[in-house]
Design a protein around this ligand. Structure first.
Ligand SMILES: Nc1nc2c(ncn2[C@@H]2O[C@H](COP(=O)(O)OP(=O)(O)OP(=O)(O)O)[C@@H](O)[C@H]2O)c(=O)[nH]1
Length: 388
């Protein structure tokens, strides 16, 4: 499907930057346009792939290009004020080619956390295309302010988009990794999963057309349940003709190969669903689902996808599970992407909200105490007078 990507804040901009790289790497064709919005000049300069004329600085009058310092109310306020600056950039998007907008932001900071919901709301009042969000949840150890920001932004963002796709940094961290290296790896995981899904609706005329190629309308229908979505992905290297299943084609019967490919695809769908999701949840709470089989066309086995799809129907109890192929002739992996939409049983969100409520209460108590303590510090019991 053709997307206009809008990265809001530092994390949003970096992920959009990586989406651009991934799209050209796989020849995906899902990025119709890409814009980065930020309150910090330095963050915009740090981007590599978003064209310079698609970078928008907001809030200059209030923060002078220095960011909002994790104040997401300020992030929201400056976005409201400067919405025309962003609209000016969106005006250049060839919207007649567009299937949807995707607004990407880290929810723990200030700029993206506050600005992304404001922009989503604005876009939905103007355009007929769906506006999706991709929200990145902070790791738990980032601290109270990030958790509180994320919980409040999540609540607002999910209300203002047609569907909120979520990626939880906490689940994807590795111990012993520097923050920078960690984000580079995590961002790759993000764009691989979401990128494959979006590219799957973009099979061009020159590509090999498989038996049942996923269409962008199937992605849109799956996401039209609204609410929150998560993605699972599993893949297996099939190598080139020297190893993997291809080599087992030679010297074995077609029946055996067919059965092998069917089993492989069915188990990839299960692995994708039961393995690490971008946002862990109870799969049974999903409202809709989409199974996409990716890889060289000869491995995209219809029976395998169908069995995987039926299995997901049983797991979710939903009748709205779609399935299809994304053939990639030059790929050495065969994989399954599983999109679960409208999930409602998400312990991580409840945990985030609980910690946020505690953080809010603690902040209020600390502030009240600080005021009393400061008054006590300055007060001399009437012994001394201030100058004026
Ligand atoms: N996945 C991912 N998450 C990131 C990355 N950088 C930051 N984050 C997360 O995003 C949250 C918000 O950080 P930023 O995007 O830097 O904040 P901002 O929107 O620019 O807002 P301010 O810096 O407060 O103006 C953090 O709490 C992290 O959890 C990144 O490169 N990848």
């Amino acid at each position: 499907m053709k997307l206009a990507l809008i990265g809001f804040g530092q994390a949003g901009g970096k992920v959009v930057d990586q989406f651009l790289a991934y799209d050209s790497e796989i020849g995906g064709g899902f990025v119709e346009d890409a814009i980065a919005v930020n309150t910090a000049t330095a963050d915009l300069h740090g981007l590599e792939n978003v064209p310079e004329d698609r970078r928008v600085l907001v809030g200059q009058a209030r923060v002078n290009g220095h960011g909002v310092g994790a104040d997401n109310e300020l992030g929201a306020a400056v976005t409201e004020t400067d919405i025309d600056e962003i609209q000016h950039a969106v005006d250049q998007v060839p919207t007649h080619e567009l299937d949807a907008f995707l607004v990407v932001a880290g929810l723990g900071g200030g700029t993206g956390s506050g600005g992304a919901p404001v922009l989503a709301k604005h876009l939905r009042t103007i355009y007929t295309q769906p506006v999706y969000g991709l929200g990145l949840l902070p790791a738990m150890d980032e601290g109270g302010i990030y958790t509180l920001n994320a919980a409040r932004s999540f609540q607002t963002f999910v209300r203002e988009v047609d569907n909120l796709l979520v990626f939880d940094n906490d689940v994807w961290r590795s111990t012993g990794e520097s923050v920078g290296d960690g984000y580079d790896r995590i961002n790759r995981e993000i764009v691989e999963r979401f990128g494959l899904l979006f590219a799957s609706g973009e099979v061009s005329d020159g590509d090999v057309v498989a038996e049942s190629v996923v269409d962008s309308s199937e992605i849109i229908n799956t996401l039209s349940s609204g609410g929150v979505s998560t993605i699972g992905y599993a893949s297996e290297s099939v190598g080139t003709s020297g190893d993997g299943l291809l080599s087992s084609f030679t010297g074995s019967t077609d029946d055996f190969d067919e059965g092998n490919a069917t089993n492989r695809m069915t188990s990839l769908v299960r692995k994708a669903t039961l393995g690490r999701l971008t946002l862990p949840c109870d799969v049974g709470s999903a409202d809709r689902g989409l199974v996409v089989a990716t890889g060289p066309p000869e491995y995209l086995n219809r029976k395998g996808v169908e069995r995987g799809r039926q299995w997901l129907e049983d797991e979710t109890g939903s009748m709205e599970i779609r399935g299809g192929d994304y053939p990639r002739a030059d790929d050495t992996d065969v994989g399954a992407v599983v999109l679960l939409s409208g999930v409602t049983d998400v312990p991580r969100v409840k945990q985030l909200q609980q910690v946020a409520v505690e953080a809010k209460e603690t902040t209020a108590t600390v502030q009240a105490n600080a005021e009393d303590e400061f008054a006590a510090l300055v007060d001399t019991g009437g012994e001394l007078d201030a100058l004026f």
